[in-house]
Design a protein around this ligand. Structure first.
Ligand SMILES: Nc1ncnc2c1ncn2[C@@H]1O[C@H](COP(=O)(O)OP(=O)(O)OP(=O)(O)O)[C@@H](O)[C@H]1O
Ligand SMILES: [Mg+2]
Length: 282
Protein backbone atom coordinates (compact mmCIF):
# COMPACT_ATOMS: atom_id res chain seq x y z
CA UNK A 1 0.00 0.00 0.00
CA UNK A 2 2.85 2.39 0.78
CA UNK A 3 4.45 4.22 -2.07
CA UNK A 4 8.21 4.77 -2.20
CA UNK A 5 9.37 8.37 -2.15
CA UNK A 6 10.02 9.64 -5.68
CA UNK A 7 13.60 10.27 -6.81
CA UNK A 8 14.22 13.39 -8.87
CA UNK A 9 15.74 12.90 -12.31
CA UNK A 10 19.50 13.47 -12.38
CA UNK A 11 19.86 12.84 -8.67
CA UNK A 12 19.54 9.09 -8.27
CA UNK A 13 21.11 8.93 -4.82
CA UNK A 14 18.85 11.31 -2.89
CA UNK A 15 15.20 10.36 -2.53
CA UNK A 16 12.93 13.38 -2.48
CA UNK A 17 10.55 13.47 0.48
CA UNK A 18 6.94 12.83 -0.44
CA UNK A 19 4.79 15.95 -0.75
CA UNK A 20 2.59 14.38 1.87
CA UNK A 21 3.39 11.44 4.09
CA UNK A 22 0.86 10.06 6.54
CA UNK A 23 1.59 7.22 8.96
CA UNK A 24 -0.80 5.57 11.38
CA UNK A 25 -3.26 8.45 11.21
CA UNK A 26 -6.35 7.94 13.35
CA UNK A 27 -9.07 10.46 14.13
CA UNK A 28 -11.63 9.80 16.81
CA UNK A 29 -13.97 12.78 17.20
CA UNK A 30 -15.29 13.95 20.56
CA UNK A 31 -18.19 11.63 21.24
CA UNK A 32 -16.11 8.58 20.34
CA UNK A 33 -16.72 8.18 16.60
CA UNK A 34 -13.60 7.03 14.74
CA UNK A 35 -13.70 8.58 11.26
CA UNK A 36 -10.25 7.39 10.11
CA UNK A 37 -8.31 4.45 11.47
CA UNK A 38 -4.57 3.78 11.18
CA UNK A 39 -4.22 5.27 7.71
CA UNK A 40 -0.92 5.28 5.79
CA UNK A 41 -0.62 7.33 2.61
CA UNK A 42 2.14 8.92 0.54
CA UNK A 43 1.46 11.55 -2.08
CA UNK A 44 4.65 11.69 -4.19
CA UNK A 45 6.15 15.12 -4.89
CA UNK A 46 5.01 16.40 -8.27
CA UNK A 47 2.03 14.04 -8.59
CA UNK A 48 -1.59 14.79 -9.40
CA UNK A 49 -3.27 12.67 -6.78
CA UNK A 50 -6.95 11.85 -6.42
CA UNK A 51 -8.60 10.90 -3.14
CA UNK A 52 -11.97 9.32 -3.87
CA UNK A 53 -14.62 7.83 -1.68
CA UNK A 54 -18.26 8.12 -0.66
CA UNK A 55 -19.73 10.65 1.78
CA UNK A 56 -18.28 10.14 5.22
CA UNK A 57 -15.26 8.14 4.01
CA UNK A 58 -12.91 10.46 5.92
CA UNK A 59 -11.43 12.55 3.10
CA UNK A 60 -12.09 15.96 4.65
CA UNK A 61 -11.06 14.65 8.07
CA UNK A 62 -7.69 13.60 6.66
CA UNK A 63 -7.20 16.87 4.80
CA UNK A 64 -8.26 18.85 7.86
CA UNK A 65 -5.58 17.11 9.88
CA UNK A 66 -2.89 17.82 7.29
CA UNK A 67 -3.88 21.50 7.45
CA UNK A 68 -4.20 21.67 11.25
CA UNK A 69 -7.95 22.23 11.25
CA UNK A 70 -8.61 18.81 12.79
CA UNK A 71 -6.42 17.49 15.60
CA UNK A 72 -5.19 13.94 14.89
CA UNK A 73 -5.83 11.39 17.62
CA UNK A 74 -2.73 9.42 16.57
CA UNK A 75 -0.17 9.28 13.79
CA UNK A 76 2.49 11.33 12.01
CA UNK A 77 1.91 13.70 9.11
CA UNK A 78 4.72 15.40 7.19
CA UNK A 79 4.66 17.81 4.26
CA UNK A 80 7.80 17.67 2.11
CA UNK A 81 9.51 16.16 5.14
CA UNK A 82 8.34 18.85 7.63
CA UNK A 83 6.00 18.08 10.51
CA UNK A 84 2.54 19.29 9.46
CA UNK A 85 2.31 21.63 12.45
CA UNK A 86 5.55 23.43 11.56
CA UNK A 87 5.64 26.86 9.99
CA UNK A 88 7.45 25.43 6.94
CA UNK A 89 4.69 22.87 6.33
CA UNK A 90 1.97 25.52 6.66
CA UNK A 91 3.71 27.68 4.09
CA UNK A 92 4.04 24.80 1.65
CA UNK A 93 0.33 23.90 1.62
CA UNK A 94 -2.55 25.73 -0.01
CA UNK A 95 -6.06 24.50 0.80
CA UNK A 96 -9.34 25.19 -0.95
CA UNK A 97 -11.78 23.83 1.61
CA UNK A 98 -14.95 21.93 0.80
CA UNK A 99 -16.97 24.35 2.92
CA UNK A 100 -17.12 27.86 1.55
CA UNK A 101 -15.68 29.73 4.50
CA UNK A 102 -15.37 33.36 3.44
CA UNK A 103 -15.52 36.36 5.77
CA UNK A 104 -18.76 38.06 4.75
CA UNK A 105 -17.41 41.51 5.61
CA UNK A 106 -14.39 41.30 3.28
CA UNK A 107 -14.44 42.00 -0.42
CA UNK A 108 -12.70 39.76 -2.94
CA UNK A 109 -9.45 41.69 -2.99
CA UNK A 110 -9.34 41.92 0.82
CA UNK A 111 -9.90 38.16 1.18
CA UNK A 112 -6.83 37.56 -0.95
CA UNK A 113 -4.62 40.27 0.53
CA UNK A 114 -5.44 39.37 4.16
CA UNK A 115 -4.70 35.73 3.47
CA UNK A 116 -1.27 36.61 2.08
CA UNK A 117 -0.64 38.60 5.26
CA UNK A 118 -0.83 35.38 7.30
CA UNK A 119 2.12 34.14 5.28
CA UNK A 120 4.21 37.26 5.80
CA UNK A 121 3.75 38.68 2.30
CA UNK A 122 4.15 42.46 2.13
CA UNK A 123 1.10 44.52 1.19
CA UNK A 124 2.38 45.66 -2.20
CA UNK A 125 3.39 42.18 -3.20
CA UNK A 126 0.08 40.78 -1.92
CA UNK A 127 -1.94 43.33 -3.92
CA UNK A 128 0.01 42.48 -7.07
CA UNK A 129 -0.50 38.73 -6.54
CA UNK A 130 -4.21 39.31 -5.79
CA UNK A 131 -4.58 41.27 -9.04
CA UNK A 132 -2.90 38.47 -10.95
CA UNK A 133 -5.14 35.78 -9.47
CA UNK A 134 -8.32 37.85 -9.84
CA UNK A 135 -7.45 38.09 -13.52
CA UNK A 136 -6.87 34.32 -13.79
CA UNK A 137 -10.14 33.50 -12.03
CA UNK A 138 -12.15 36.18 -13.79
CA UNK A 139 -12.88 38.06 -10.57
CA UNK A 140 -11.33 41.44 -11.43
CA UNK A 141 -14.71 43.10 -11.97
CA UNK A 142 -15.75 41.82 -8.50
CA UNK A 143 -12.63 43.02 -6.65
CA UNK A 144 -14.66 45.33 -4.36
CA UNK A 145 -17.64 42.96 -3.94
CA UNK A 146 -18.18 41.23 -0.60
CA UNK A 147 -18.61 37.47 -0.61
CA UNK A 148 -22.39 37.37 0.12
CA UNK A 149 -22.91 39.24 -3.16
CA UNK A 150 -20.90 36.73 -5.20
CA UNK A 151 -22.47 33.82 -7.04
CA UNK A 152 -21.73 30.29 -5.79
CA UNK A 153 -19.29 29.61 -8.61
CA UNK A 154 -17.50 32.92 -7.95
CA UNK A 155 -17.08 31.97 -4.29
CA UNK A 156 -15.52 28.66 -5.35
CA UNK A 157 -13.15 30.53 -7.65
CA UNK A 158 -12.24 32.89 -4.82
CA UNK A 159 -11.43 29.93 -2.53
CA UNK A 160 -9.23 28.55 -5.26
CA UNK A 161 -7.45 31.89 -5.75
CA UNK A 162 -6.99 32.31 -1.98
CA UNK A 163 -5.37 28.87 -1.74
CA UNK A 164 -2.81 29.96 -4.34
CA UNK A 165 -1.91 33.38 -2.92
CA UNK A 166 1.28 32.22 -1.18
CA UNK A 167 2.53 29.97 -4.04
CA UNK A 168 2.01 26.63 -2.27
CA UNK A 169 3.96 23.58 -3.46
CA UNK A 170 1.18 21.25 -2.35
CA UNK A 171 -2.29 22.37 -3.42
CA UNK A 172 -5.18 20.56 -1.73
CA UNK A 173 -8.54 20.90 -3.42
CA UNK A 174 -11.45 19.42 -1.46
CA UNK A 175 -14.29 19.13 -3.98
CA UNK A 176 -13.31 22.34 -5.79
CA UNK A 177 -15.89 21.94 -8.54
CA UNK A 178 -18.97 21.07 -6.47
CA UNK A 179 -21.80 23.21 -7.79
CA UNK A 180 -19.65 24.74 -10.52
CA UNK A 181 -21.01 24.97 -14.07
CA UNK A 182 -19.53 22.84 -16.83
CA UNK A 183 -17.70 25.68 -18.55
CA UNK A 184 -16.02 26.91 -15.40
CA UNK A 185 -15.24 23.36 -14.34
CA UNK A 186 -13.32 22.81 -17.57
CA UNK A 187 -11.45 26.09 -17.03
CA UNK A 188 -10.53 25.12 -13.47
CA UNK A 189 -9.26 21.76 -14.73
CA UNK A 190 -7.10 23.51 -17.32
CA UNK A 191 -5.66 25.88 -14.77
CA UNK A 192 -4.98 23.08 -12.29
CA UNK A 193 -3.28 21.06 -15.01
CA UNK A 194 -1.04 24.01 -15.76
CA UNK A 195 -0.10 24.41 -12.09
CA UNK A 196 0.74 20.72 -11.99
CA UNK A 197 2.86 20.97 -15.14
CA UNK A 198 4.74 23.84 -13.50
CA UNK A 199 5.65 21.59 -10.56
CA UNK A 200 2.83 21.96 -8.02
CA UNK A 201 1.72 18.72 -6.35
CA UNK A 202 -2.07 18.51 -6.39
CA UNK A 203 -4.27 16.49 -4.04
CA UNK A 204 -7.87 16.49 -5.23
CA UNK A 205 -11.05 15.04 -3.79
CA UNK A 206 -14.07 14.86 -6.03
CA UNK A 207 -17.31 12.99 -6.51
CA UNK A 208 -17.10 13.61 -10.25
CA UNK A 209 -15.28 10.51 -11.40
CA UNK A 210 -14.82 11.90 -14.89
CA UNK A 211 -12.86 14.69 -13.23
CA UNK A 212 -10.58 12.16 -11.53
CA UNK A 213 -10.31 10.32 -14.84
CA UNK A 214 -9.28 13.46 -16.69
CA UNK A 215 -6.79 14.78 -14.14
CA UNK A 216 -5.35 12.26 -11.71
CA UNK A 217 -2.25 10.16 -12.32
CA UNK A 218 -2.57 8.39 -8.98
CA UNK A 219 -5.63 7.60 -6.95
CA UNK A 220 -6.48 6.31 -3.50
CA UNK A 221 -9.96 5.02 -2.75
CA UNK A 222 -11.12 5.57 0.79
CA UNK A 223 -14.04 3.95 2.53
CA UNK A 224 -14.96 3.89 6.21
CA UNK A 225 -11.72 5.69 7.10
CA UNK A 226 -9.47 3.12 5.41
CA UNK A 227 -7.76 2.90 2.05
CA UNK A 228 -9.24 0.09 -0.02
CA UNK A 229 -7.17 0.62 -3.19
CA UNK A 230 -4.29 2.84 -4.24
CA UNK A 231 -2.28 2.92 -7.45
CA UNK A 232 -1.71 4.87 -10.63
CA UNK A 233 -4.89 5.36 -12.64
CA UNK A 234 -3.58 2.85 -15.20
CA UNK A 235 -2.62 0.38 -12.47
CA UNK A 236 -6.11 0.59 -10.94
CA UNK A 237 -7.81 0.03 -14.31
CA UNK A 238 -5.64 -3.05 -14.87
CA UNK A 239 -6.05 -4.34 -11.30
CA UNK A 240 -9.84 -4.12 -11.41
CA UNK A 241 -10.24 -4.97 -15.11
CA UNK A 242 -12.15 -1.72 -15.64
CA UNK A 243 -12.21 0.65 -18.61
CA UNK A 244 -12.40 3.81 -16.56
CA UNK A 245 -12.17 5.15 -13.00
CA UNK A 246 -15.96 4.89 -12.52
CA UNK A 247 -15.62 1.15 -13.21
CA UNK A 248 -12.69 0.93 -10.80
CA UNK A 249 -14.71 2.71 -8.13
CA UNK A 250 -17.70 0.39 -8.44
CA UNK A 251 -15.54 -2.74 -8.43
CA UNK A 252 -13.36 -1.58 -5.54
CA UNK A 253 -16.44 -0.76 -3.47
CA UNK A 254 -17.95 -4.15 -4.36
CA UNK A 255 -14.71 -5.83 -3.23
CA UNK A 256 -15.04 -3.88 0.04
CA UNK A 257 -18.50 -5.36 0.57
CA UNK A 258 -20.68 -2.55 -0.81
CA UNK A 259 -23.39 -3.67 -3.23
CA UNK A 260 -23.01 -2.35 -6.76
CA UNK A 261 -26.40 -0.60 -6.48
CA UNK A 262 -25.36 1.21 -3.30
CA UNK A 263 -22.02 2.24 -4.83
CA UNK A 264 -23.74 3.40 -8.03
CA UNK A 265 -26.25 5.37 -5.93
CA UNK A 266 -23.33 7.11 -4.21
CA UNK A 267 -22.14 8.23 -7.62
CA UNK A 268 -25.63 9.33 -8.59
CA UNK A 269 -25.97 12.94 -7.56
CA UNK A 270 -22.67 14.62 -6.86
CA UNK A 271 -24.10 18.12 -6.47
CA UNK A 272 -26.53 17.15 -3.74
CA UNK A 273 -23.87 14.94 -2.19
CA UNK A 274 -21.38 17.76 -2.09
CA UNK A 275 -23.68 20.43 -0.74
CA UNK A 276 -25.19 18.18 1.93
CA UNK A 277 -21.88 17.87 3.74
CA UNK A 278 -21.67 19.45 7.18
CA UNK A 279 -19.01 22.04 8.03
CA UNK A 280 -17.87 24.01 11.05
CA UNK A 281 -15.24 23.68 13.73
CA UNK A 282 -14.13 20.22 14.68
N1 LIG B 1 -16.76 17.40 14.01
C1 LIG B 1 -17.17 16.14 13.88
N2 LIG B 1 -17.66 15.45 14.95
C2 LIG B 1 -18.05 14.18 14.83
N3 LIG B 1 -18.00 13.46 13.69
C3 LIG B 1 -17.52 14.09 12.59
C4 LIG B 1 -17.08 15.45 12.63
N4 LIG B 1 -16.64 15.79 11.40
C5 LIG B 1 -16.83 14.71 10.62
N5 LIG B 1 -17.34 13.68 11.34
C6 LIG B 1 -17.68 12.36 10.84
O1 LIG B 1 -16.53 11.76 10.30
C7 LIG B 1 -16.87 10.98 9.16
C8 LIG B 1 -16.00 11.42 7.99
O2 LIG B 1 -16.38 12.73 7.59
P1 LIG B 1 -15.60 13.52 6.46
O3 LIG B 1 -16.14 14.89 6.40
O4 LIG B 1 -14.15 13.35 6.69
O5 LIG B 1 -16.03 12.67 5.16
P2 LIG B 1 -15.73 12.94 3.64
O6 LIG B 1 -15.06 11.72 3.09
O7 LIG B 1 -15.04 14.24 3.44
O8 LIG B 1 -17.21 12.99 3.03
P3 LIG B 1 -17.86 13.94 1.88
O9 LIG B 1 -17.58 13.22 0.58
O10 LIG B 1 -19.31 13.91 2.20
O11 LIG B 1 -17.26 15.29 1.94
C9 LIG B 1 -18.36 11.16 8.92
O12 LIG B 1 -19.04 10.06 9.48
C10 LIG B 1 -18.68 12.43 9.69
O13 LIG B 1 -20.00 12.46 10.20
MG1 LIG C 1 -15.50 15.97 2.53
Amino acid sequence: MLHPAATPPGDPGTPRPAALSIRGFTKTYAGGFTAVRDLDLDVPAGSFFGLLGPNGAGKTTMIGSVCNLVRPTAGQITVFGHDHESREARRLVGLAEQDINLDRFLNVEEVLVYHAGFFGMGRRQAKARAAELMEVFDLTSKAKTRSPALSGGMRRRLLFARALMHHPKLLILDEPTAGVDVELRTELWEYTRRLHRDGTTVLLTTHYLEEAEALCEEIALLRGGQIIARDTADGLRAQFGADDIAGVYLKAMAAAGVSEEAAAAELGAPDEVATATAGGAR
